[in-house]
Structure formats: structure tokens, C-alpha cells
Design a protein around this ligand. Structure first.
Ligand SMILES: *[C@@H]1O[C@H](CO)[C@@H](O)[C@H](O)[C@H]1NC(C)=O
Length: 89
């Protein structure tokens, strides 16, 4: 691809991305899980924790990981608010 078509690709995909995500109402959720934050992929691990708890519809975004004690961590992500409401938590 030449630079110009790469630029167009980025513009189109970021527009699609914000259109899809713009329709979701996100809410901030926290989750305490076992194990400590991984230095490099802690946030990604947290996103996966949310995915396994709420399913793919949760769409976890902006995840952070904080260690809690020696063997637990607190994950926080913005997730699809309607996915939380419909879970049998
Ligand atoms: C958000 O959650 C609702 C309820 O489960 C679901 O119907 C909807 O498809 C989800 N949105 C996305 C983009 O996954």
C-alpha cells in the first residue's frame, strides 16, 4: 500500500470504530481476580478477565490493573453497560 491509501484506510477504519463504539454506553467496572498484574500485559489480562466474565459483548476498553496484596489484583475496565445489566451476577 502507498502512504496515501494507508492514510485513507486509517481514516475509514477509525470512523467505523467510533461509529460502532459510539452506540455503546460504557460503564466503569472493577473485578478482583487472583494473581498479580503482569508488568507488560496486565491491562490485556484484565480485558480477558472481563471477557470471560461478561462475554464478548462486554467490549472491555481502557483497562487498568492494580496489585492488591500478594496474590490478587484489581482490574478496572470500561465495558458495555448493557452487558453488565443482563449478566446474572
Ligand atoms: C452490549 O450488550 C448488550 C446486552 O447484552 C448487547 O445486546 C449488545 O450487542 C452489546 N453491544 C455490543 C457492541 O456488543
Amino acid at each position: 500500500m502507498n502512504p496515501r491509501s494507508i492514510l485513507i484506510f486509517i481514516l475509514v477504519s477509525s470512523t467505523l470504530f467510533s461509529t460502532i463504539y459510539g452506540q455503546i454506553k460504557f460503564c466503569h467496572q472493577t473485578l478482583t481476580v487472583n494473581g498479580r498484574c503482569d508488568a507488560t500485559r496486565g491491562a490485556l489480562d484484565c480485558a480477558l478477565e472481563f471477557l470471560s466474565k461478561f462475554g464478548a459483548r462486554a467490549m472491555p476498553m481502557h483497562c487498568t490493573c492494580q496489585n492488591r496484596g500478594n496474590s490478587q489484583r484489581l482490574c478496572a475496565c470500561d465495558i458495555n453497560a448493557s452487558a453488565v445489566g443482563s449478566s446474572s451476577k
